[in-house]
Write a protein that binds this ligand. Structure first.
Ligand SMILES: C[S@@+](CC[C@H](N)C(=O)[O-])C[C@H]1O[C@@H](n2cnc3c(N)ncnc32)[C@H](O)[C@@H]1O
Length: 236
């Protein structure tokens, strides 16, 4: 495994562990909105679920198709976006919305749209950038004015788009009739650790993943996490 793969698996381990009990079920209809090149979608399909990726990027969808072919799994890729999903209402058991709410025009409308495609009791896996960690990262890089400006900035800025606090993310879900089941902090340490350490220190990637798990649900650590992972149930 390369350094970036090691770092990548430490970054996503907490999300996978939360999703695993939900995916350990008879085949589900899964929508991965903004699923990109299919890093999650293909793994979910490998577990036997029916997965559709809707994404506006033809390049991402082509990479998804290649990845699925290489692993011999079926994933339906459709060009579209949150404004034009092309998915039947009330037809989906699980929606993955990872790294997308940051870039849409209207996050509240996006969440409401996702509620409409879910069956009653359907689940949403929402992964969003966390603002306080970005403030800290900017300050640590010496960009103090940027850090200050970001403190209360809910608008999209830069390539990463907008970020959310825990309260903002949970309020968005509650306002769209979702019940929040869990909130995990993701990448509390993974982005801060030098790649050379993960590469050279035997056992470091596994120890880092264990540490990420240990702090993921501790409220004190949530504001340090680069991302928040929220699981929510649509209570129609
Ligand atoms: C940061 S990537 C995340 C990819 C993937 N979900 C993941 O977690 O690896 C953001 C993805 O959202 C897609 N996207 C951008 N605007 C979108 C929109 N309005 N509706 C749906 N997807 C969108 C992009 O094409 C891109 O594939």
């Amino acid at each position: 495994m390369t350094v970036s793969e090691r770092r990548g698996s430490a970054r996503t381990a907490v999300v996978w562990d939360t999703l695993r009990p939900i995916l350990d079920a008879p085949p589900l209809d899964v929508l991965d909105i903004g699923g990109g090149t299919g890093g999650f979608a293909v793994r979910v399909a490998q577990l036997g679920h029916r997965v559709t990726v809707v994404d506006p990027s033809p390049d991402a969808l082509a990479a998804l198709a290649r990845r699925a072919r290489e692993l011999d799994v079926e994933v339906e890729g459709r060009q579209g976006d949150l404004g034009a999903l092309g998915v039947e209402q009330g037809a989906v058991d699980l929606v993955l919305c990872h790294g997308v709410l940051e870039v849409v025009d209207d996050p509240a409308e996006a969440i409401a749209t996702l509620g409409r495609v879910l069956r009653p009791g359907g689940r949403l896996s929402l992964l969003v950038g966390q603002r306080n960690a970005s403030v800290v990262a900017r300050a640590m890089a010496g960009h103090f004015a940027q850090a200050l400006a970001l403190l209360d900035d809910t608008s999209p800025s830069g390539r990463a788009g907008r970020r959310f606090t825990v309260a903002e993310a949970t309020d968005l879900l509650a306002d769209a009739a979702f019940r929040v089941d869990s909130v995990h902090g993701v990448r509390v340490f993974a982005d801060l650790v030098p790649g050379s350490l993960l590469d050279l220190e035997p056992g470091a990637p596994a120890a880092l993943a264990e540490l990420e798990h240990a702090v993921a649900q501790r409220p004190d650590f949530l504001p340090l996490a680069a991302q928040l992972h929220l699981m929510a149930t649509f209570d129609r």
